[in-house]
Write a protein that binds this ligand. Structure first.
Ligand SMILES: Cc1cc2nc3c(=O)[nH]c(=O)nc-3n(C[C@H](O)[C@H](O)[C@H](O)COP(=O)(O)OP(=O)(O)OC[C@H]3O[C@@H](n4cnc5c(N)ncnc54)[C@H](O)[C@@H]3O)c2cc1C
Length: 823
């Protein structure tokens, strides 16, 4: 469409005519939002889309992401018929090969997950694999899986088809129109300035591929991504190459193979990628960049090529027709960004596709269009929600350094508890020097270095990954013993904290919280924040510090998200929320000896009468004033100590000096996770999300049904309360096998009742205090999930294609009456 016809106004302006921008336009017009404009600075697909390999896989790490990838395949299947535009869609399936036992377990665990998500998948014997891939060398192959519904497309054609679909319903697509500025007013995006004029818009979507970070930054929106060079080669035509060859992945060799018009394409996901542009030259991409190809780098690609020639000997004689190197953007956690930016209302983001933008495009378009229409996503997409990031993550050097690792992670081993290796040491607790001296092995969450476990008794101070018990198992066991019998401390500086105050603070917080926060001063309230549908948006504690002043404490990961939610609900009320995370680290002292220890260092009376559970007081530790809150996430007596940052080292020293008498031991986040699992304490992001309600999650005890003024989500919850026995409930699971080789559960494993899949695990851990492999899971039954229904079934959990007998119940497996906490 000619730029001269640019409209003055649109409901939605989409910046970027790649596959994602066009998919969003396609889906918006499909749900009735037809006054949509796509603006592309050059030609459609001229960013990254044009050179994609076009693989369309379906299995992702979670059910909803898999659903979305599945949807993309279904969409592509019918697109040609709908639009008359060819898409090159072919559904030959895909095969992944393992070259070692660890990878085989990964594939088999993935296969069980796929089964759980309703994806067709086969675990193939070596004989069957060889039959399907006669041209492959099977040296070193330990096994493989086949996903028959995986496919491939021509990305340029699909993009044109999506654009055609959008146009046919009234959408407008302009090429050679560059957005030069996003127009904002009163904290909202309200249009764009372009090289051909201005368009006013209700909503603006940034779908600008690797250019998105700069565009976001120009209006204060953080979109951390960085491009990397991404390689493949295409062989000369090979007569004997079967046209129906499935896509083949050999992740242990970082390679994938695709038949492409009689030629073989070999692509790479090497462990150390090359960020582009290289560091020092900034991230800006030149004006003339369109259909960019980068310099070939044979030295870099050679190890890949060598293993490819070994794996497919036909390549030795075929000759290389094309050596391709093109840029694609990668994000620090290798997940893309979707949703409304927390910094700017009406500005939506769909970018950072980490080399799976083609297979994600359909699902991303579907979700974002509904998000724009309804103001919320149609399903739990927490893993890809733009609100998960912390602003520092868009710092140039950080995205650059992490991108070099992100690319390779697509094919690296997805070990449980795997930690990032690049761009580490960014956010450190004020007591980091002490935990470091004590042998902490750190994990990273949003830049925070958090002690995950402490190396002791000769255990090497680094992770040795596996799907079973990792090397830190005995260290965590020791920490659990001390937690149960003595006292431990956790460095929880990373937990996000906000001060909320103003003359409407109570009214706002009470409307946002399902529990009642209109409580006496010094009371701590555990609560969820719900959406209108009753789904859990946040899970946190609120402590009343003064009539109109509160301390909100939430996890490290939702720091940005929870603040954005609160601010949104507060609107224009007289209520100010300030993130004080950096200034208020927290040390939790837990275990039966915690009272005696803290009484000794503080001189305060911490008896049940003077300091009941669920209350908070200021106490003195050494020379410092500290806010102590009697709470627990590990199921033992204990206090959380909130310490002004500059006093934290002193408080730590004071605790350590007094510690030996009480056997005070440092404990890590893995220990905390194990302990909370034994107690069945839910974790937001795993065990609860915006599509689970407190009643389903078993958190109805924290709902203040009748508090004055009600709360967001009450009406939806009241409707659900009418149902006597809910059809979906969270349960606690313990495997019957509690021997030394008992397998571990992690997430999304299928749960069977009487041989039929009825649920899915949401998180898992080893419970040292109960000596069992544990998980939390949602199970479903149309007739209701009752205690009788649980008790009358035979339960199993499938791990790595094998079923294991399990015990399933509502109550936690450790201290179900909570007596330990009240001692
Ligand atoms: C070598 C290689 C192989 C790949 N193989 C696969 C694969 O097999 N399967 C898969 O799923 N994915 C694959 N990908 C990834 C896939 O290509 C990308 O994830 C996807 O194309 C991203 O689409 P997009 O629409 O987000 O970005 P782009 O295609 O980059 O589109 C963004 C568009 O925005 C435009 N734009 C930017 N700023 C402005 C502005 N200010 N005004 C107007 N327009 C603007 C740009 O010109 C660009 O056209 C591969 C990538 C590479 C590099």
């Amino acid at each position: 469409m000619s730029a001269a016809n640019l409209p003055a106004r649109a409901d939605v302006v989409i910046v970027g005519g790649g596959i994602v921008g066009c998919s969003i336009a396609y889906h918006l017009t499909k749900i009735g939002i037809t006054n949509v404009v796509v603006l592309e600075r050059k030609q459609l697909t001229s960013g990254t889309t044009w050179h994609a390999a076009g693989l369309v896989g379906q299995l992702r790490a979670t059910r909803n992401l898999t659903e979305l990838a599945k949807y993309t395949t279904t969409l592509f299947e019918g697109l040609e018929k709908e639009t008359g535009q060819a898409t090159g869609f072919k559904q030959n399936g895909s095969i992944s090969l393992a070259l070692n036992e660890g990878r085989l377990e990964e594939l088999l665990r993935g296969a069980s997950m796929a089964k759980n998500f309703g994806l067709a998948i086969d675990v193939l014997s070596l004989g069957e694999l060889k039959e399907r891939l006669p041209h492959y060398n099977f040296e070193g192959v330990t096994g493989g899986v086949f996903l028959p519904k995986d496919g491939q497309v021509n990305p340029i054609d699909v993009t044109q088809a999506l654009a055609a679909g959008a146009r046919s319903r009234g959408g407008k697509v302009f090429e050679n129109v560059k957005v030069t500025r996003i127009i904002t007013k009163d904290g909202r995006a309200c249009g764009v300035e372009t090289t051909s004029g201005t368009i006013a818009a209700d909503k603006v979507v940034v779908a600008g591929g690797m250019w998105s970070r700069e565009l976001g930054r120009s209006v204060g929106v953080n979109i951390p991504l960085h491009a990397c060079e991404h390689f493949y080669i295409v062989s000369e035509p090979i007569d004997t190459l079967p046209r129906n060859m499935p896509v083949v992945r050999v992740p242990d060799e970082c390679t994938y193979y695709k038949e492409d018009a009689g030629k073989l394409m070999v692509g790479a996901f090497e462990p150390k990628a090359k960020p582009w542009p290289p560091h020092g030259k900034g991230i800006g991409i030149d004006e003339e960049h369109a259909f960019v190809t980068l310099q070939e780098d044979m030295d870099h690609f050679e190890p890949i090529l060598t293993s490819a020639i070994n794996r497919v000997p036909l390549l030795e004689t075929a000759g290389i027709q094309l050596f391709f190197n093109g840029p694609e953007s990668f994000t620090p956690d290798v997940r893309y960004y979707l949703g409304e930016a927390p910094e700017l209302r009406n500005l939506y983001v769909a970018t950072g596709f980490n080399s799976i933008g083609i297979q994600s495009s359909g699902g991303a378009g579907l979700v974002l269009s509904q998000w724009i229409k309804d103001g919320h996503p149609p399903m739990d997409v927490n893993g890809i929600d733009i609100r998960r990031i912390h602003p520092f993550q868009s710092v140039t050097r950080y995205v650059h350094d992490r991108a070099s690792e992100s690319l390779g992670l697509l094919y690296a081993m997805h070990w449980p508890y795997r930690q990032a290796e690049t761009a580490r040491g960014v956010r450190r607790s004020p007591i980091h020097q002490y935990t470091d001296k004590l042998g902490a092995v750190y994990g990273e969450v949003n830049g925070w270095e958090r002690p995950n476990w402490y190396a002791r008794d000769g255990v090497k101070r680094e992770y040795e990954y596996s799907y079973g018990r990792q090397n830190w198992f005995p260290c965590a066991e020791y920490e659990a013993e001390r937690l149960m019998n003595d006292a431990v401390f956790f460095d929880q500086a990373s937990f996000a904290k906000y001060h909320v105050e103003g003359k409407d603070a109570l009214a706002v917080l009470n409307r946002v919280s399902a529990n009642n926060v209109d409580v006496p001063l010094g009371k701590v309230v555990y609560t969820q924040w719900l959406n209108e549908r009753g789904g859990i948006e946040a899970d946190l504690t609120v402590t009343r510090l003064a009539e109109q002043k509160f301390l909100v404490v939430t996890g490290a990961a939702p720091q940005t998200r929870d603040m954005a939610w609160l601010k949104r609900q507060a609107g224009d009320a007289n209520c100010v929320a300030v993130d004080i995370t950096s200034g208020l680290p927290m040390i939790a002292v837990m275990g039966p000896k915690s009272r005696a220890l803290l009484q000794m260092v503080s001189g305060a009376d911490l008896s049940n009468a003077a300091f009941p559970f669920g209350t908070s007081q200021e106490i003195e530790i050494g020379y410092a004033r500290v806010r102590a809150s009697r709470l627990t996430y590990v199921g033992e007596l204990g206090w959380e100590l909130y310490i002004p940052a500059e006093f934290a080292a002193h408080v730590m020293e004071t605790l350590l000096a007094a510690g030996p008498e009480f056997n005070l031991t440092p404990a890590g986040m893995h220990g905390m996770n194990n302990a909370r699992m034994e107690k069945g304490y839910r974790h937001w992001g795993h065990d609860m999300s915006d599509e689970d309600t407190p009643l389903e999650a078993g958190l109805g005890f924290g709902v203040a049904w009748d508090k004055p003024g009600g709360f967001i989500g009450r009406e939806a919850l009241l409707r659900q309360r009418e149902i006597k026995v809910l059809p979906k409930r969270m349960v606690a699971i313990a495997l019957e096998d509690n021997g030394p080789t008992a397998p571990m559960m992690y997430h999304e494993e299928p749960v069977y009742r009487n041989g039929v899949i009825v649920g899915s695990t949401t998180s898992g851990a080893w419970g040292h205090r109960v000596g069992r492999s544990l998980a939390l899971a949602y199970v479903k039954n149309e007739g209701g999930v009752s205690a009788d229904w649980l008790a009358s079934g035979t339960w199993e959990v499938e791990l790595a294609w094998k079923k294991h007998k399990a015990k399933v119940q509502f109550a936690p497996f450790y201290d179900p009456k909570g007596e330990k906490i009240k001692q």
